[in-house]
Design a protein around this ligand. Structure first.
Ligand SMILES: *Cc1c(COP(=O)(O)O)cnc(C)c1O
Length: 369
């Protein structure tokens, strides 16, 4: 058996007629830039996030960058975030000419540890970016409390967590803004790049709308420096077909996760730590990520058996060569560095079959026995 990390083909065969007719709609209308589909997706996703505004942008990385810029983050400012995330989180901070300040993670959730944030705040700190890694929201209550006390913006990097919840609150509902990615492998993926900012802050949202069109308002008048980063109309049309399915896809991911967890804990609990869904969270399992002993050997063994796995992320951002100037060294963020050695993500997508999961579990058990 061959089991990929992610298989988008079955989903496409189900959605094909609708997708093709939507694309035809766009091409026949000749409205290719910021047309009605972008508007509709902005409204639908803002509504889902219980926010007043949705701003479609070119990709999830630009969404973070533009949200920071719209929040007034600029040269010389510091932005606190996690080192255990995709590069884009810190890349966006640096592109806004600000300095990423890395805080260690909570080993249970892999998300930023709120108890370590205050020690990292200086008079230059302007914002905190919690990343809702693997599909589970970071511990927002203490983060928002710290932000209020120190008058900081909170921008949620929710690229992996669309549809996730925290104590009944949606992504984007509590903070200054949240950002999504429609990269094809994300839980709500386009067939190319795309992203969105959602926000209850009307001023921030207005700024973001201006920044995505070269800082132009009114047209051809530029008071701020923006650039070209808009959600593409064709990608918006594709996303609009997928939105009605998102909650059932999340439910399927959760079922698969529960199945993995039950079977793995029954068989190899002493070698593996299964993911924890913290009480009062709704984890959407963008990734199903274990902590395992002998991670690299297990990964190689599973590969021989035809099973794809991934390491998210093997190199913490504070040790990336590009951030050398920031002055971090190995040992500075022990929980992050430990996670980078132990984390292993298993195949996960809504259409994953029970037989495929059984095969993955069987081979993991084989490895440890
Ligand atoms: C995917 C991802 C991004 C970037 O999204 P793109 O659309 O690929 O630019 C940012 N942050 C995290 C945590 C991601 O997983």
């Amino acid at each position: 058996m061959k089991i990929p990390m992610l298989d988008l083909s079955e989903q496409y065969s189900i959605l094909k007629d609708e997708v093709l007719s939507k694309l035809d709609e766009v091409m026949s209308s000749s409205q290719f830039i910021l047309g009605s589909h972008v508007k509709q997706v902005e409204n639908d996703i803002a509504e889902m996030s219980k926010t007043k505004n949705g701003i479609g942008v070119g990709n999830g990385s630009d969404a973070i960058h533009i949200a920071l810029q719209a929040a007034g983050v600029c040269e010389g400012d510091e932005v606190i975030t996690t080192s255990f995330t995709f590069f884009a989180t810190a890349g966006a901070i640096a592109r806004a000419n600000a300095k990423p300040v890395f805080v260690d993670i909570d080993p249970v959730t892999f998300n930023i540890d709120p108890s370590k944030i205050e020690a990292a705040i200086t008079e230059k700190t302007k914002a905190i970016i919690p990343v809702h890694l693997y599909g589970q929201m970071a511990d927002m209550d203490p983060i928002m409390e710290i932000a209020k006390k120190h008058n900081l913006h909170v921008i949620e990097d929710a690229a992996q967590a669309i549809g996730s919840e925290y104590k009944g609150m949606q992504v984007g509902e509590m903070s200054s803004a949240a950002t999504y990615s429609f990269f094809p492998t994300k839980n709500l993926g386009a067939y190319g790049d795309g992203g969105m900012i959602v926000s209850n802050d009307d001023d921030l949202s207005e700024q973001a709308r201006i920044i995505r069109v070269h800082g132009s308002k009114p047209k051809y008048h530029h008071h701020i420096l923006g650039y070209n980063s808009r959600l593409d109309e064709m990608q918006a049309a594709i996303v609009s077909v997928k939105i009605p399915h998102l909650s059932s896809w999340s439910e399927n991911r959760r079922k698969h996760a529960a199945y993995y967890t039950e079977k793995i804990n029954n068989a190899v609990a002493e070698n593996i730590v299964t993911p924890v869904e913290v009480e009062n969270r709704y984890h959407v399992f963008h990734q199903y990520t274990l902590r395992v002993e002998k991670r690299d050997e297990l990964q190689a063994y599973l590969k021989e058996q035809g099973i794809a796995t991934m390491i998210y992320y093997p190199v913490p951002l504070h040790t990336q060569p590009v951030f050398k100037e920031l002055g971090y060294k190995e040992g500075d963020l022990p929980e992050t560095e430990k996670a980078a050695i132990e984390a292993l993500s298993l195949p996960m997508f809504p259409e994953l079959k029970k037989e495929q999961q059984d095969y993955v579990i069987e081979k993991i058990v084989d490895f440890y026995s």
